[in-house]
Design a protein around this ligand. Structure first.
Ligand code: NAD
Length: 502
């Protein structure tokens, strides 16, 4: 059996499962709760309130009042910088506690903290980085275009009340990438964590509170999509929705935004290609690509490179190396430093992944390894062994749908044009990698790939670079200047400087 997670829970102590509304931690109005079961052991970790429509309404009203009348949007740059920098400091000080809570929520191994994208450092950096923008926010001055003697300039102002909805796979970083820029520019926020990763986010909220955020600026409503998320995205008091999650929920978000023309940012799923040419370092290409669908989140990552499009000359070698990698993945207790991969988040996801494995068989792909639910000592958890499918055609279901599990599809290609065409033959467009030792080809192909981020001979997160998707992978970008723009409106000011009318 995988070791019980209870001693870790008892040692760290869960943050109280309560809602944060207008600076006070409260129960939900219904008293209804959600119980979180651990993905690796099935044990009950704890429970938290299911926020009702009424709770969400109170939270949005609190954020509205804090925006319309409160000090935060009107504060001096230095005050906001201090709060964000203090938050980053507190996150670093509480790193162990946050990592433990994250492992209690989603069972991501604590050993994964050495990967920057999943590290506490990246979360703290997101607050530090956006703090750096606060005293540089500004508009521009334009020369008058036609008659009149006047000044024309723009102001960049906070967009208002932000509804932030985040998934469970990287609850800290994904919350930070929304909260840090929104708070930096002076917005107020109602955040809904995933029901599968709530405790981590409750702790983050406590740290923001301790850093000196005024009441009502950050509100947290816990609970599932129905009723909590649905009430939040449909609330008329919200000016902007920032959502990270599945394409299906993204559609609902977009539809909900139309009634009051809420601004929307969407970070959705992907079916990202790794395009591997014959001149590539095939070992690195296979090992790193397979790593994105096995290690850490076990393929439950939006940018997992789940479609390897591999030149026929190196195809067999690639498949052999990738499937060999499946042998070295360590499952189990997320607190064991030798454990390198998470289970699937819940039973529904296990069924979904196994369903795709059957579909792959049915449609004629060759299963080289894995794709089975683990029994024995792993039986109480949601473990599925890493699968590699060879001889995959790009029109098969497993090559088109986001599986969100440890399944790699390997599609063969013959020449560059065919490789690029296959890579782009997807409804998604989040990430892509090009593997080649020819720099001209790397640049040529990068220009042709329809993806928000393209990695050459590897892929890593840069929190200050724009991140987002082409096509059905989303709308807008997070990170860098794009984040600041995503949480601000531009106002044009016309100021006559003489008596002459414009
Ligand atoms: P999900 O869409 O099921 O849930 C995401 C969030 O939306 C959760 O908080 C959930 O409670 C909420 N939600 C669900 N139904 C809702 C509704 N009707 N109204 C409002 N809110 C609702 O996604 P998930 O399973 O938590 O996460 C996995 C998905 O997220 C994958 O598709 C993955 O690719 C995507 N993802 C994208 C990125 C990115 O940056 N592009 C990052 C991580 C995950």
């Amino acid at each position: 059996m995988v070791a019980s997670i209870m001693p870790h829970r008892d040692a760290v102590g869960l943050p109280d499962g309560l809602l944060l509304i207008d600076g006070a931690w409260r129960e939900s109005t219904s008293g209804e709760t959600w119980t979180h079961r651990h993905p690796a052991t099935g044990e009950e970790v704890g429970s938290f309130p299911v926020s009702t429509v009424e709770d969400v309404d109170r939270a949005v009203r609190a954020a509205r009042a804090a925006f319309d009348e409160g000090p935060w949007p009107r504060s001096r740059a230095k005050e906001r910088i201090t709060v964000l920098r203090r938050t980053a400091e507190l996150i670093r000080q509480h790193a162990d506690e946050l990592l433990t809570l994250q492992a209690l929520d989603n069972s991501v191994p604590v050993s994964f903290n050495t990967t920057y994208a999943m590290s506490i450092d990246a979360v703290a950096d997101a607050f530090d980085y956006h703090a750096g923008w606060i005293d540089k926010l500004g508009g521009e001055t334009l020369w008058p275009y036609q008659g009149g003697d006047h000044m024309v300039f723009t102001l960049r102002e906070p967009i208002g009340v932000v509804a932030a909805v985040v998934p469970w796979n990287a609850p800290l970083l994904l919350s930070a990438q929304k909260l840090a820029p929104a708070l930096a520019v002076g917005c107020t926020v109602v955040l809904k964590p995933s029901e599968y990763a709530t405790f981590t986010v409750l702790k983050l909220a406590r740290l923001l509170e301790a850093a000196g955020l005024p009441p009502g600026v950050l509100n947290i409503v816990t609970g599932p999509g129905d009723p909590t998320g649905d009430a939040l995205i449909n609330h008329p008091g919200v000016d902007k929705i920032t959502f990270t999650g599945s394409r299906e929920t993204g559609r609902r978000v977009m539809a909900a935004a139309t009634s009051t023309f809420k601004r929307v940012s969407l970070e959705l799923g992907g079916k990202s290609p790794a395009l591997v040419f014959a001149d590539a370092d095939v070992y690195s290409a296979a090992a790193i690509t397979m790593g994105t669908v096995t290690l850490g989140l076990s393929g439950q990552a939006c940018v997992a490179q789940t479609r390897a499009i591999v030149h026929r000359d190196i195809y067999d070698q690639f498949v052999a190396i990738a499937s060999g990698m499946s042998e070295i993945v360590g499952y189990g207790d997320p607190f064991d430093p030798l454990v390198t991969a998470a289970p699937l988040i819940n039973g529904r996801q296990v069924e979904r992944v196994l369903g795709f494995v059957s579909k792959g068989h049915e449609e004629g792909a060759r299963l080289v390894c894995g794709g089975e639910r683990l029994g024995g000592e792993f039986a109480a958890g949601n473990f599925v062994s890493p699968a590699v499918f060879a001889d995959v055609k790009n029109d098969m279901t497993i090559a088109r749908q986001e599986i969100f599990g440890p399944v790699l599809c390997v599609v063969p290609f013959t020449d560059e044009d065919e490789g690029v065409r296959l890579a782009n033959d997807t409804e998604y467009g989040l990430g892509a990698t090009v593997w080649t030792t020819d720099v001209k080809r790397a640049m040529r192909v990068t220009r042709q790939l329809r993806a928000g981020t393209v990695g050459v001979n590897g892929y890593q997160l840069e929190i200050h670079a724009p991140f987002g998707g082409f096509g059905q992978s989303g709308l807008g970008r997070e990170g860098g200047r794009s984040s600041i723009e995503a949480y601000t409106e531009l106002k044009t000011v016309l100021l006559p400087t003489t008596e002459e009318l414009m």
